[in-house]
Design a protein around this ligand. Structure first.
Ligand SMILES: [Zn+2]
Length: 359
């Protein structure tokens, strides 16, 4: 996810923070600090962070139980996202994976009530009691809000799973959940606007509603495409055997050897230690002014892999589309830590146009 950085792995799943989370932390932390002082505000922030993580890990761990891996968990302004590697194969799996998050939030809310009561009973600091009470409210809100029955919220995923189980067509079910998401989003926007008109702070609610509405529209638009790409794997479109060249190769030499680049017209740049620095497209070699081509090295032209969508050969193609970089829609294909090939923007475009005609 652009604008995110990895902080580590939990249970083997990479956890990333998006820059917008800092904004949320300042806002929430500032509010808490006014009432409780900085120490308890920090405790509250850590609890909030842990609560959102617990919610996302519940999705990820139940998914794992159904044989669905998690690519990464990203925390951002409006909460968290657990990005699954593939789609659940049964309505039952889809429903339980979706329900796990809100259930975890309810469990954390219950634990927070317990902690608040225990702290108060033991005559603990009142600031700590307030922090636990606040955590109860936040987690209950997180559960209830996420259970609103419209995609992309968990409640929408549960709705889609139920409909899928009922009529057996998952794409139709997704479209239905998308429509419900538009309705839910519109209602949340109206509630936000109403709160603003009443003089309360409803901006965050209105913005969240708008986000839900737009995500629901995007999911509905994607449903027919996903249907027509059903069964297509990343490996089906992959150009295997990307050429490699040393990082100190100059652009001129590489252009002389451009026959090596093959159909993908791209070269992987190899560092002295054997690791790969990134990719250079043939087009980029040509864009170096002719008089500089002898001095410009591949090392300085390489685009790091973090700037490309990454996928494994067995992954469904439809799954990868959401990860494409809009300006550079290449897919790098990996088996473990080894680059095995790429999907070029042209190959992808051709397949999608074909899908649009047949879908
Ligand atoms: Zn969730």
């Amino acid at each position: 996810v652009p604008g995110s950085f990895k902080i580590g792995r939990i249970a083997g799943i990479p956890v990333e923070l998006h820059w917008s989370l800092g904004f949320a932390a300042l806002l929430v932390g500032g509010n808490l600090a006014v009432g409780l002082g900085p120490a308890f505000a920090l405790a509250g922030l850590l609890l909030l962070f842990g609560s959102v993580l617990a919610h996302e890990f519940a999705h990820a761990l139940v998914a794992r139980r159904y044989g669905v891996g998690t690519q990464r968990i990203t925390l951002w302004l409006l909460g968290g996202v657990a990005q699954l590697r593939s789609e659940p194969t049964t309505p039952r799996a889809a429903g339980f994976i979706a329900a796990a998050g809100p259930l975890a939030s309810l469990a954390v809310a219950a634990a927070s009530v317990g902690a608040a009561v225990a702290t108060a009973g033991l005559d603990g600091p009142s600031g700590l009691v307030s922090v636990f009470a606040w955590s109860t409210a936040i987690n209950a809100l997180l559960a209830v809000f996420n259970l609103l029955p419209g995609a992309p919220l968990d409640g929408g995923r549960i709705l889609a799973a139920v409909r899928w189980g009922r009529h057996g067509d998952r794409f139709r079910a997704d479209t239905e959940a998308g429509t419900a998401g538009q309705v839910v989003g519109a209602i949340v926007v109206m509630v936000g606007v109403w709160l603003i008109l009443q003089g309360y702070g409803g901006i965050a609610i209105a913005v969240t509603g708008l986000f839900i509405y737009m995500s629901a529209v995007a999911e509905k638009r994607a449903a027919p495409l996903r249907r027509s790409l059903e069964g297509v794997r990343v490996g089906d479109l992959t150009w295997f055997g990307v050429a490699r060249a040393r990082a100190d190769t100059d652009a001129e030499t590489m252009l002389w050897q451009r026959g090596r680049l093959g159909g993908a017209q791209v070269v992987a740049v190899e560092q002295p230690d054997g690791s790969l620095a990134g990719l250079v497209e043939e087009q980029k070699l040509w864009s170096v002014p002719e008089e500089q081509r002898r001095s410009v090295r591949l090392a300085s032209l390489a685009v790091p892999f973090s700037r490309y969508a990454q996928a494994s050969p067995d992954e469904p193609l439809s799954q990868v589309l959401a990860r494409l970089h809009p300006l550079s829609p290449w897919v790098t294909v990996w088996r473990g830590d080894t680059l095995v090939g790429v999907i070029t923007p042209e190959a992808l475009k051709r397949r999608l146009e074909h899908a649009a005609h047949t879908g």
